[in-house]
Design a protein around this ligand. Sequence first.
Ligand SMILES: [Zn+2]
Length: 269
Amino acid sequence: MSLEKVIKLRCGRCNRMVSLRITNDILEKARASLSGIYGVVDIHGDHAFVIYVDYKGNERGHKVFDIVESRREEVLNYLGRGRRLRLSEGFMNNFRAIRGITISARREGLFLEGGIMEGCVLKAVSRVKDVDIEVNFRSMNMSTVEWMKMLSRALDRSLDYCMFTLLTALGLLDLKCYTPPLPLHEELLRLIIESHVKVIRLSRYYHELLPLIEHRVREWYPRVFMKELPEGVPLSRLIGIHDAYRLEELGLYLMGLEARGLIELESVK
Ligand SMILES: [Zn+2]
């Protein structure tokens, strides 16, 4: 007998109705877990809505947390160590090339999974951070393999990471994984992964230099060009988790301004 059902709840942050399909797989995971409950995460906008269900599919609590402000420790305090969490179908449907994801952050004891894992599964491993990321692509080619290798290196070299910045980086992979990556994409991935501990500082030349290159920069980065850049807020706040086109342009724009000495991307870890 199937106990599958849909739970509808209003998100406490944005008031949007969230429907989560509680599949047999989720019920199985809840039954198998020590606590008998299992979390499903719906990520929309700048926050994540987590709903816990028990093995009968009953709701057992929910919480909202800020994606951009959350450091790893805060997320862990919310979610609890040793937890397994499932990304909602709604969130996974935003991907085109990616069908399934598992992220194992062993040091933190946090496991995130979503979609299905069969067929072409590639793995990115960071020994430095003790994190494994497995991604199931609809199809793959040499570029896909290169992107996953690049993700491993970018994660190794990043100052810090959190689950949401990793998901954001996977959003970029989803968009780009069939075209060969350029060396600057490794820097872009790193910037995304550590975006929660990076802020923009305008250099003292900013207001002097910007007018000189403004017309060109506007042309190159039409979707993200900003005359007044927000100083001191986490970069992850500027980065949308779903809009990978904008994400790439924004990252390259900021890296370009930094290379020209107009801004500095300062770490605040
Ligand atoms: Zn919401």
